[in-house]
Design a protein around this ligand. Structure first.
Ligand code: KG4
Ligand code: ZN
Length: 351
């Protein structure tokens, strides 16, 4: 049995030593165990196969599958961690943003376990989990910028320190991942489509077709991908013969990567922050990684690209966030489901 640290009833200011994390905000069921913020296990079960037939996540099916798999995912996380249930000091669980039905499965599981083990339940913001995921494997000096690009979210945050964030930019409509997935559907490449487009784009020309770089009038930092999606749809309907798919993929992907890099570069310069991390499923994109590396090499600075296991939705980032907040004596949030839960207010001075 490990040292459980000091507890108080409000869950404030405690030193949680071993934390079980649970993440079910969208379509990945995940559980992880961390000691301080060293990851002992991180198990993720993807639901891609279920949702592929529909071309996107079906909330009711997602919640049902979470319910079917959560117990075995938690058992596997505990077994893989080398600790016993009785060693757990707290259960951290995603409270939002996310699909409410999916969130409730994780929250109910966390509450049940916590009651059985006699430990507190800590509610964690999914977005805070993502922006702190670069700290799982690296010592990243603060402040740093974190570009979060996934199927559910696309935003750029300033991480001043653990618990203090500002939003620098966010999408007004679709996320970057959604743009990739919708494009993939239009091109008949399946769901989720980012990886397929990335792979095909390697054999295509980035300047074959002039797809628009999304802009929002009156807001230079805001992102928008819905116009790009429509432009691809119009383009595919208007071209007489089928265009070379690798060229379409490369040009479409370049339009997304261009705007993401533009916002990152401007934020780094305007805020004078030389450290950039990229998290979320789209951070697997090879062109985005290459362009970010080029940009940092040119202007100087540090690029942090967490392992993909910690970029896509995972419970290690949720447990780590609880551990990092505990270490700073920050108050914990209650374990209640909240569909829309912004991380931080927008910082006007970044534009
Ligand atoms: O973070 P994630 O696993 O799940 C959430 O949306 O929360 O991100 C999934 C998204 C999908 O839209 C998928 O198409 C995209 O990440 N993605 C990629 C690549 N791999 C996954 N997008 C572009 N290039 C990739 N290589
Ligand atoms: Zn996510």
């Amino acid at each position: 049995m490990t040292d459980r640290g000091q507890r108080d009833g409000a869950g404030r200011g405690r030193l949680a030593v071993i934390i079980l994390g649970i993440e079910t905000s969208c379509d990945d069921t995940s559980a992880a165990v961390v000691r301080d913020h060293a990851v002992l296990s991180n198990v993720v079960s993807s639901q891609d196969e279920i949702h592929a037939a529909y071309g996107g996540v079906v909330p009711e099916l997602a919640a049902r599958r979470h319910l079917e798999s959560i117990q075995s995912i938690v058992s596997r996380a505990i077994a893989g961690s080398g600790v016993d249930y009785t060693d757990i000091d707290a259960v951290a669980v995603t409270r939002g943003p996310g699909l409410v039905g999916s969130l409730l499965v994780g929250l109910a599981t966390a509450e049940g376990l916590a009651i059985r083990l006699g430990v507190p339940v800590i509610g964690v913001s999914h977005l805070e989990g993502h922006v702190l995921s670069p700290l799982i494997e690296s010592e990243v000096e603060t402040p740093f910028l974190c570009l979060l690009v996934s199927g559910g979210h696309t935003a750029l945050y300033l991480v001043k320190q653990v618990g203090e964030y500002a939003e620098i930019a966010s999408t007004r409509d679709d996320s970057a991942g959604e743009a990739f997935d919708k494009a993939s559907k239009m091109l008949g490449l399946g769901y989720p489509g980012g990886r397929a487009i990335d792979t095909l784009a390697r054999g295509g020309r980035i300047d074959a077709f002039p797809f628009p770089r999304g802009r929002v009038r009156g807001d230079d930092m805001a992102l928008s991908f819905s116009g790009l999606k429509t432009a691809l749809w119009d383009f595919l309907r208007s071209v007489g013969e089928t265009p070379a798919i690798p060229d379409v993929c490369a040009s479409f992907q370049e339009a997304i990567v261009d705007v993401l890099m533009d916002r990152c570069l401007r934020a780094m310069e305007n805020l004078d922050v030389p450290r950039l991390a990229i998290a979320g499923g789209v951070s697997a994109n090879s062109r985005l990684r290459a362009r970010a590396a080029e940009m940092l090499a040119e202007r100087g600075g540090t690029l942090v690209l967490p392992s993909l296991a910690y970029c896509t939705d995972n419970a290690a980032m949720i447990a780590t966030t609880a551990a990092l907040r505990s270490a700073r004596n920050l108050p914990h949030q209650p374990p209640v489901a909240i569909a829309r839960l912004p991380l931080a207010p927008r910082l006007a001075s970044a534009a």
